[in-house]
Design a protein around this ligand. Structure first.
Ligand code: HEC
Ligand code: HEC
Length: 255
């Protein structure tokens, strides 16, 4: 008898326990959303923008996400991050993860951002400027800067505009600019490829790889917050900048 009562009560008790935390409903509740939103603003907003408009992180306010294709994938990404990218893992509880996920899904119910500029003209600009000497796109081009194949999926328009006009404002991890003075007093600039206690390897802006023992160098300076890319502010008119940004935004890669 007691057992039967217990069996009947157990689901109810569990539901009550969950109810206290998230509201005991299958679908989103106002309380869960509010909690998800608070967590999102504090943990994710610095990169994804307070309402998911993107920035350093991907635009989340869009109907279809490239990697977070379903609920499971979304929760996994929030828990573990995305290896090899700037998207970090977290130490959130399962309930917190699920409330953030619920909130993230509501972000996609907005109209996508209108972007001025013409992507077609931007593509021509891209081809006529020197971007390809440092960046690769569709397997063509240099390797000094990051690949641009899916840049429009990873960053928003405002971030891309800033990348062109003020490259020093944000330098992604992995692109540390070095300036070394060699034993015979040559000055070389380049992007760090590797470094340990005794040696350093870097690629100069023409793409040549250099490797030195540190004790052979006169000086080794790390220019944090200095981009190897020069600003295009003087070289592009505002309309040309719009076109180039529209083109970069259109580069979504393949899922
Ligand atoms: C340090 C910056 C940073 C923080 C903090 C951050 N993200 Fe991200 N996130 C990124 C970047 C960058 C990407 C794009 C990675 C890629 O695809 O190369 C990304 C990708 C994602 C994606 C995949 C988007 C897609 O297109 O499928 C989701 C979902 C996401 N982040 C959610 C979150 C949530 C939720 C939080 C907070 C718990 C968070 N992120 C915190 C930088 C960040
Ligand atoms: C001298 C080499 C060089 C040239 C030329 C160059 N870039 Fe870059 N670019 C870099 C490097 C290195 C970075 C990474 C450091 C940074 O963000 O400042 C970068 C960063 C970027 C970013 C930001 C990437 C991110 O993940 O946030 C974009 C967008 C970009 N470049 C586009 C362009 C376009 C478009 C052109 C041509 C108009 C161009 N670059 C010309 C080297 C270059």
């Amino acid at each position: 008898m007691l057992l039967v009562v217990m069996r009947r009560l157990l689901p109810l008790v569990c539901c009550l326990a969950v109810a206290l935390a998230v509201g005991c409903a299958e679908s989103e509740t106002a309380e869960e959303l509010a909690q998800g939103r608070l967590l999102f603003e504090s943990q994710c907003g610095s990169c994804h923008g307070p309402t998911g408009g993107g920035g350093r992180g991907a635009v989340l306010a869009q109907p279809q996400l490239r990697r977070a294709t379903d609920d499971q994938a979304l929760e996994n990404i929030i828990r573990r991050g995305i290896a090899g990218t700037e998207m970090p893992g977290s130490f959130l509880t399962p309930i917190q993860v699920s409330s953030i996920a619920t909130y993230v899904k509501t972000l996609g119910r907005v109209e996508p951002e209108e972007i001025p500029g013409d992507a077609g003209r931007g593509a021509q600009m891209y081809a006529s400027l020197d971007c390809q000497s440092c960046h690769s796109l569709g397997g063509q081009g240099g390797i000094i800067g990051p690949e641009l194949d899916d840049i429009g999926a990873r960053r928003n328009a405002a971030h891309l505009r800033q990348a062109l006009l003020e490259p020093d404002a944000f330098v992604p991890t992995g692109f540390l600019l070095l300036r070394v003075v060699t034993g015979d007093l040559r000055v070389l600039d380049g992007v760090r490829v590797n470094e340990d206690a005794f040696s350093v390897q870097f690629r100069d802006l023409s793409g040549n790889l250099h490797s030195f023992w540190k004790d052979e160098l006169e000086t080794l300076d790390k220019l944090w917050q200095r981009s190897p890319m020069a600003s295009y502010e003087e070289r592009l008119s505002p309309a040309q900048t719009d076109d180039l940004v529209a083109y970069l935004v259109s580069l979504k890669g393949s899922p």
